[in-house]
Ligand binder design. Structure first.
Ligand SMILES: [Zn+2]
Length: 253
């Protein structure tokens, strides 16, 4: 059912939250746009102007690694300045209240952790761009470590332990989805009694499968997104309004 107005949507959402004991939020780019993080996939977004560098190219080519890191550091002022928005803060309130055991996200911006979620309770399907990782041994690196070497040598650095390339801790195109995160996400979706999809167009796998999975396991389904999604028909409540305005009333609850 599509909420007839923002106010009616917020009321119905409030009732469903009150009636639920295990809520799993699933978030996409739409929750972070009010924080200044652009939706890379949107029309006119970064990825339509700047072709993403696929994983195999990153592995194969020093030039691709250098270009990839130059692009990442060009975005650093945007990521560094971003603070959790009303949506993030509302979900963190529900987390603190014990209603939300963990959150699943397609976002790589670390804003759920910044809003108060423990890192272990944020299941990142596409990884995290606020630190780096060796693709060989998995050693974590601060971005500042990469920046220093890039500036000094003019080339993206390799791992100091195993000499394999160091990449942002994100999942690139052509890179395998993280199995642990996928398994945990599926398990959470199957045991919640309310699944709330927020700011995702729900077209990218595996996001597209979660709403039906939740419904099939008996949960109620809410979709909050400015644009219609392919999953709206199966939802118990669809709110096509601004995410900050929709979730703002739940900050501090
Ligand atoms: Zn390594």
């Amino acid at each position: 059912m599509i909420a007839s107005s923002l106010r009616s949507g917020v009321e119905q959402l409030g009732e469903m939250i009150a009636e639920s004991s295990t809520i799993i939020p699933f978030t996409g780019a739409g929750i972070s746009t009010e924080c200044g993080i652009p939706d890379f996939r949107s029309p006119g977004g970064l990825w339509t102007r700047n072709r993403p560098i696929p994983f195999d190219e990153f592995i194969a080519s020093q030039d691709a690694r250098d270009e990839s890191w130059r692009r990442r550091f060009a975005m650093e002022p945007t990521f560094a300045a971003a603070k959790p928005g009303r949506g993030h803060r509302a979900l963190a309130s529900l987390y603190r209240a014990g209603k939300v055991p963990a959150i699943i996200t397609q976002n790589i911006d670390n804003l759920h952790q910044a809003s108060g979620f423990a890192a272990d309770d944020v299941i990142e399907l596409h990884g995290n761009t606020t630190y780096a990782r060796c693709i060989g041994c998995g050693k974590s690196y601060e971005l500042s470590w990469v920046k220093q070497r890039l500036d000094a040598d003019g080339a993206a650095p390799d791992c100091s332990v195993c000499d394999e390339p160091v990449k942002t801790a994100t999942i690139s195109f052509g890179q395998a989805m993280p199995e642990d995160a996928m398994a945990r996400a599926s398990e959470l979706v199957q045991r919640c009694d309310l699944f709330i999809a927020i700011g995702s167009s729900l077209v990218v796998w595996p996001a597209a499968g979660f709403p039906l999975m939740a419904k099939n396991c008996g949960a109620r389904l809410v979709i909050i997104n400015r644009e219609p999604t392919d999953q709206d028909d199966v939802a118990d409540l669809v709110i096509r309004h601004d995410i900050g305005e929709t979730l703002g009333p739940f900050v501090g609850n």
